[in-house]
Design a protein. Structure first.
Length: 435
């Protein structure tokens, strides 16, 4: 017989739970039969005492099975990716068509932005008429028909995870490694994909700011997925400076399409090709990451990935001409403020977190989940880390609509840069592959 007080005492003392007790606990909380204050006590104990591998596995399974699992046919072999969140991170919009063009089905469930990091669902809403809320049935049929779909998370998928996350958010237990892993993997499992690639961001603009933290998360995600019979890989990527040239919802879609047209920034293309290459390896279309990257690159060069993006947008009722003339449909806000170099020097710092916080304050991000955002506000980087900038030359442009919001954001933008006399060493974008 399950006893909630005994269950709480176990974790408080660092004693491992039985799998059936974890499953019962998750289900009862999901049904509203266990109060928030008792679950909060348990989350705090997990934060301090941790969880065993078996406990994490049981908790993840219980979360995943608290709602629907997208029922792809046996052997369908769908792949998915997850990013831990960064600034200017528009890779999903490039990776999904790159992988689908290789013949692998891609079932991508994405979220909205929160805090200083952006969300794929918000970005896609910049495309006129785009439907980003597919039902489970529509999502399934679209992946089977054209090979890919990108949709917001349905409340039918892993609903208990959402309840636990809401409590983690208000009890200062978000940074718990077992809880992070369970949250991510349960949602990936519910999405129906069989194999996952994790893009674990590391640096000032990431959740994991140090390499040891990022490596620990990457290894934990790959280990947990393997224990649940879901092969995976993790790429640890640098996030000290924003990815690419544009930060802001509509203009990140613009950059993604320019990348699919073969005209994107080198860093955006490099990371996208590696993430796609890893997914192609997991899907069995390549035997090494190098071969996977080469296949993805061929899909970029021959235009098949761009065509697949057009197919996806059309299937989801969006304006597919955005793939031909993105500048016609995706424009930055009309007002512009430019940050100039106060002296000549090498750009040693282009702080992703501060730029992300600035974009949030001009209306491009949320403080709370229900906040309205302005899809047109953005930052356009005119220089990157390591570049030499002459005094008086532009470092980046800020496109905004509300001057009061700009004034609140200015300190973040102004403190995001640091110029030095000696060329600094720059961290490689791809820091480590974990498999």
């Amino acid at each position: 017989m399950f006893d909630i007080l005994s269950f709480l005492e176990e974790k408080r003392e660092g004693i491992s739970h039985k799998s059936e007790d974890i499953e019962f606990f998750v289900n009862e909380f999901h049904k509203g039969k266990i109060p928030d204050y008792q679950v909060s006590a348990w989350l705090t104990s997990v934060f301090h005492k941790g969880m065993s591998q078996q406990e994490i596995k049981s908790f993840t399974l219980a979360l995943a099975h608290s709602g629907d699992i997208v029922p792809f046919p046996r052997g369908f072999n769908a792949v998915d990716k997850h990013s831990t969140g960064g600034v200017g991170d528009k890779t999903t919009l490039i990776v999904v068509p790159l992988v689908a063009a290789s013949g692998l089905p891609v079932a991508k469930l994405s979220g909205r932005g929160l805090g200083f990091t952006g969300g794929t669902v918000d970005k896609l809403e910049s495309i006129p008429n785009m439907n980003v809320h597919l039902s489970t049935e529509t999502f399934l049929k679209q992946v089977e028909r054209i090979g890919c779909a990108i949709s917001g998370h349905s409340m039918e998928l892993a609903p208990a995870e959402g309840k636990f996350y809401a409590l983690r958010d208000v009890t200062a237990t978000v940074p718990s490694l077992p809880l992070i892993c369970s949250s991510i993997v349960s949602k990936k499992m519910a999405g129906g994909a069989s194999k996952f690639v994790f893009d674990v961001k590391c640096g000032q603009g990431a959740f994991m700011q140090t390499f040891p933290e990022a490596r620990a998360l990457a290894q934990a995600l790959v280990s947990l997925s393997a224990s649940l019979n879901h092969p995976s890989m993790a790429i640890i990527s640098a996030m000290d400076q924003p990815l690419g040239e544009w930060i802001g919802n509509s203009m990140e879609v613009y950059e993604a399409i320019k990348t699919l047209q073969g005209e994107g920034p080198s860093d955006t293309e490099l990371l996208s090709l590696h993430l796609a290459g890893a997914m192609i390896v997991l899907g069995g279309k390549a035997t090494s990451l190098e071969e996977g990257v080469a296949i993805a690159h061929e899909n970029l060069v021959n235009g098949q990935a761009l065509q697949k993006m057009e197919d996806l947008i059309e299937a989801q009722e969006g304006e597919k001409k955005v793939c031909i003339s993105p500048e016609k449909y995706l424009r930055p806000a009309k007002e512009k403020y430019t940050l100039y170099a106060s002296k000549s020097g090498f750009l040693a710092e282009l702080n992703a977190r501060k730029i992300g916080e600035g974009v949030k304050r001009i209306g491009g991000g949320r403080t709370e989940q229900g906040d309205h955002i302005d899809l047109s506000v953005s930052v356009h980087l005119r220089a990157k880390q390591g570049d030499f900038v002459e005094k008086g030359n532009p470092i980046f442009d800020v496109y905004y609509t509300d001057n009061k919001k700009l004034q609140r954001a200015k300190p973040f933008f102004e403190r995001s840069i640091h110029l030095v006399d000696i060329k600094p060493s720059i961290q490689n974008l791809i820091m480590e592959i974990v498999s």
